[in-house]
Design a protein around this ligand. Sequence first.
Ligand code: ARG
Length: 565
Amino acid sequence: MELTAIVRAAFEAAFPGGDFSAVRVVGATDSKFGDFQCNDALKCAKLYHLNPRQAAEKVAAKLDRTCFEKVDIAGPGFLNLTVSASWITERLLRLSAADHVGIPQKGRGKKIVIDYSSPNAAKQMHIGHIRSTVIGNAIDRIFRALGYEVVADNHLGDWGTQFGILIKGYRELLTEAERAHLTVALLEKCYVLSAAKAKEEDGVWKEACRAELVKLQQGDEGNLALWRKFIEISIAEFDRMYAKLGVKFDTYRGESYYNGTMGEVVAELQQAGLAEESEGALVVNLEQEKLGVAIVRKSDGGYNYTTSDLACVKNRIEEYDPERIIYVTDARQQLHFRQWFSIARKMGCKTQLIHVPFGLMSYQGKAISTREGNLIKLDELLAEAVKRSLAIVESRQDPAADKSGNLRLAEQIGYGAVKYSDLSHDPATDIDFSWDKALALEGNSGPYLQYAYARVCSLMEKAGRVDGMGLTGTFEIVTAQERRLALQLLEFPGAVVRAAEAYKPSVLAEYLFQTAQLYSSFYQNSPILKSDEPLRNARLNLCALFGEVLRTGLELLGIETPRHI
Ligand code: ARG
C-alpha cells in the first residue's frame, strides 16, 4: 500500500492531471528482478502516445527513491523495484509494534449489516449449510477487524407455507411422547410425512394444512404458540452448531419479523408506479435490465421471498442506516438478489447491496442429495471431524503423555479443518469436501497451518520467550529466504484489505498458506537458535512476527490456534 502510493505519486508528477488511481505495485513475479514491480506504464504509454519504455523512464525520473535500493526498467516498460534492507527492517519494527498487527481501521465510524447462515427453521442443518455460515462468519470477522461496526443478522426462514404443513403434521402424525420431547429431527420427520400426505389425490390433507396456515397468519393463539415452539427448538439446535463453529450473531430476525410490513412495501411499489397486475399477481417488470419479471404478490394474495427481502432491507436501513449490506447465499439465488436489488434501487435505496454467492458443495466427488444418501447432517460432519482428528492427535502422541486435553484439541483441529477446506477456495467456485484433503497435515489445509503455528510457539518457548511472541531488539535481513518472508509479512494488512474488498476470505487463506510456506523455507535454510547474537534475536523476531500474523489471520477465518499440538 505504501509503495503503491509512492509509485502513484511518481505517475502523477510525470503526467500531471491524469487519473492513476488504478496504478498498483505488486510482488515481483521473479525475485531475480527485484522485490516488487509495477506494470502500469504500459497502459499509460498508450494513453499518452509514448513508447512504453519512455513512459516508464518518465515515471522512474519522478520516483521518490528514499526506500529503494534499485529501480530498473525492464522489457517493454516494467518498473522493477528493489527496496532497501533498512526500509524492510524499519517496516518490520513498525508492524510488530502496531495495534491490530497493522490492519488499517478503515471502517471506523461505519456500519454494515451481514446476513448469513440464515437456515430454514424446523430442518436440521446439513453439510450444505456450512458454506454460508463459515464464509459469512469469516467476512464478518474480517470487517470487524477493519474497524467496521458489524450487525451480523441470521435471517432465518421462519415463515411460510411449510408451517401449515408442520402444524397439521404435529397435531396428527406425532405421538404424544414425541410431542412432549420435540426435537428438530422430529419436526423434520413430521414435515416429510405431512408433505407426502398433502400430495394425496383427494386434496383433503392439503386443504387442512392450508387452513392451519391461514389460522396462523390470522394470529390464532394456538397455532402461533406452536409456531413459536418450533422456532425456539430450531434456534436452540442451530445455536448448538454455532457454538461449535465459534459463530455469534447480533440478531436473529427471521422472515417473520417483516411479516407486518410487506403490505406497505407493496403499496409503495404501486404508488411509485413500479408494480403492475399480471394474471392476478402483482409483478415488477425488469425486462429492460434483462432480469425478467419479479412477483411481489401472488395471485392468492400471499407475499413471497422478494417481498420479504424488500421489507427487510427497508427495515435495516431505517434502523441501522448502514453503508452496505452483505448477503451470503448460494449462487442459485443470484437472480433473486439481482431482481430485488434492482427494485430497491428504483425505490430510492442508496445503500450498497452486495450479494456474495457461493458455489455448490459436493462430498467426496458426489453431488449432495437425498437420493445419493449423503445428505450429511452438519452435526454428524462435525462429530466425524473430531473423531478423525482425535485419531491423528493420538497417533502423534507419546503413549505416556497426558491425554486430558486431547478432545478439546481434536475439536480445534477438526472444526478448523472443515472450515479451512471451504475458506481456502474462492467462494464462487463449486467445491468438493474430502476428508483426506481437509485433514492433511501437509499441503494447503487447516491442520497444516495450525501445526505451523504450534511449531513457532514451541520455538519461542525453547528460546525462552515464554509469554507469547514478544519482540526485543531489532530485525536483520541476511538471506534471500529471510527477505522474502519479511516482505510477505509486511503484506499482511494489505491481504486483509484485499480479502474484504473482494468479499473473499480465500484471499486471506491463500496469503496465510504462502506465508507458511515461505516461513518453512526460511526455517529450513537459516539456523535460528544456533545463530550468534544479534542475528539469533533478529531471526526470533521474524519468527515471532510470523506467529502473530498467522494467529491473527487464522482468527479472522474463525480457526483456533492451539499453542501445543
Ligand atoms: N433462508 C434462505 C435459504 O435457506 C437464505 C436467506 C438469505 N437471506 C436473505 N435475506 N434472503 O436459502
